[in-house]
Design a protein around this ligand. Structure first.
Ligand code: PGA
Length: 292
């Protein structure tokens, strides 16, 4: 059965506590890199370095989710599906406590609950594995797999229905920026998920300018801040309180040497990190830079 984005069932599992401070967060997107050795080397080191004030999320390739979950569980990190949904309802002190652990998530999810979908997995399956997050709408999925805004919105809804928090990626092409279309493109991408937002669904937004991903050409802090402020303003037109509660990450060539200046910006709440997240030392430097 496929749910639609305005289905009541799609928005009831992850209400956000509007009184809770918005989470600072660093998300490691390993993409299709890494191996079991990286899981086994990095998870213990990451778990040992985690601090209360910043969430750390590892998104390995799907075949390694079980191993990452096992390693995270060994250090007291594992979450079941019910616990995820339960915690989301009772954010606050308990939620802050849970930030002091490494969480893990998937890089994508199907837009249906089940079916003859070779090579795909559902949000319920991720919840069963203890995944707290799933990235949806990454530009590599939008581009290579032709995912449109509506598909991304449905994937986000599937996550929320399963008690998995979606990390929704938006971002413009260089041609959009050069033609002055950045805000229009982002508004269109964001508008697709607004039906979730109106019900205070809990999600994370990631601004990832496509031209900055994997190129070494990160947006300047000021440039990124302008866009983050725009995104938060867009959210505020629907609910000012809610807009303040949404974590907005910057992604696109975040490195150990530029993370601090990006994260110092008032509307940048952390990073979605690709290449640099494969090096544990670099990831930890980036993670610590979010503790401001
Ligand atoms: P990058 O990737 O850090 O390698 O630019 C970021 C992303 O695609 O999420």
């Amino acid at each position: 059965m496929q749910i639609t984005i305005d289905s009541p069932d799609a928005t009831i599992s992850c209400p956000v506590n509007l009184a809770a401070p918005r989470a600072k967060m660093v998300v490691a997107n390993w993409k299709m890199f890494g191996n079991l050795a990286l899981c086994r080397e990095s998870l213990p080191r990451l778990s040992a370095a985690v601090i209360d004030s910043v969430e750390l999320v590892v998104c390995p390739p799907a075949p390694y989710l079980g191993e990452v979950g096992r390693l995270a569980g060994r250090s007291g990190v594992h979450y079941g599906a019910g616990e995820v949904a339960g915690e989301s309802v009772h954010l606050g002190a308990k939620e802050l406590e849970s930030r002091s652990r490494v969480h893990y998530g998937a890089q994508d999810v199907a837009d249906v609950t089940h079916g003859a979908r070779t090579g795909e997995w559902s949000a319920d399956m991720l919840a069963e594995l203890g995944c707290r997050y799933a990235i949806v709408g990454h530009s590599e999925r939008r581009d290579r797999h032709r995912e449109c805004n509506q598909t991304v919105a449905v994937k986000a809804a599937m996550c929320i229905a399963a008690g998995v928090i979606p990390i929704v990626c938006v971002g413009e092409l260089m041609s959009d920026r050069e033609s002055g279309q950045t805000e229009a493109v982002l508004a269109e991408q964001l508008n697709a998920i607004l039906p979730l937002m109106e019900k205070n669904a809990m999600f994370v937004l990631a601004y990832e300018p496509v031209w900055a991903i994997g190129t070494g050409l990160a947006a300047t802090p000021e440039m990124a801040q302008d866009v983050h402020a725009f995104l938060r303003h867009q959210l505020a037109t629907f609910s000012p309180t809610w807009a303040e509660s949404v974590t907005i990450l910057y992604g696109g060539s975040v490195k150990a040497d530029n993370a601090a200046s990006l994260f110092a910006m008032p509307d940048i709440d952390g990073g979605l990190v690709g290449g640099a997240s494969l090096n544990v030392d670099d990831l930890l430097t980036i993670y610590r830079a979010a503790n401001i």
